[in-house]
Design a protein. Structure first.
Length: 174
């Protein structure tokens, strides 16, 4: 992974690295990848059913398609020039009903710096809430002496991180 616990500790201004910091980094990576796709190149096997003479993959912005297998497990030859990597559409010469498997490579060759910063912001948010900072709603509910000062907040992606992720958010259907 291009992100290290030492990088996160430095971002947080820590002189030592707590044992559980990897947990916060892993959780933050999952949050950002859940919205933007893999942060680094990663091979995956995707399953889908044919749509006409095409396989419409449950992923977009692919780096490459490395293999296509029909429902019988036989490798099907696909012309790379016909594959739409941006849309995740793979035309196949013959259609066979059932689940097809497509080996692909997804993710970025190098992680964009704004996504790296988004991961650190989310990890910082998780770390600070765990330590009891940043999770108090007193600023919104009347200050330190308010009866509601112990009302816990739920997790939300900080607006700073959401803004950094915005250009990379994957399309989705509601």
């Amino acid at each position: 992974m291009p992100l290290s616990v030492q990088d996160l500790a430095e971002h947080l201004g820590l002189t030592t690295t707590p044992d559980d910091l990897q947990l916060f980094l892993d959780a933050a990576v999952r949050v950002v990848e859940g919205r933007c796709g893999p942060l680094e190149e990663r091979p995956q096997t995707l399953r889908c059913r044919p749509n006409g003479r095409n396989l419409v993959l449950p992923a977009t912005e692919l780096r490459s398609v490395t293999a296509v297998r029909n429902p019988a497990g036989q490798v099907v030859e696909v012309r790379p020039a016909d594959v739409n990597l941006l849309a995740g559409i793979v035309p196949v010469p013959t259609i066979r009903a059932g689940w097809w498997e497509v080996d692909v490579v997804t993710g970025n060759q190098t992680m964009p710096p704004d996504l790296k910063l988004a991961v650190f912001i989310v990890a910082s948010h998780l770390y600070e809430i765990r330590r009891g900072r940043g999770g108090r709603p007193q600023a919104f509910y009347g200050g330190e002496n308010s009866d509601t000062q112990d009302v816990p907040r739920g997790f939300a992606v900080p607006a700073r991180a959401a803004e950094l992720m915005r250009p990379y958010i994957l399309p989705a259907f509601a």
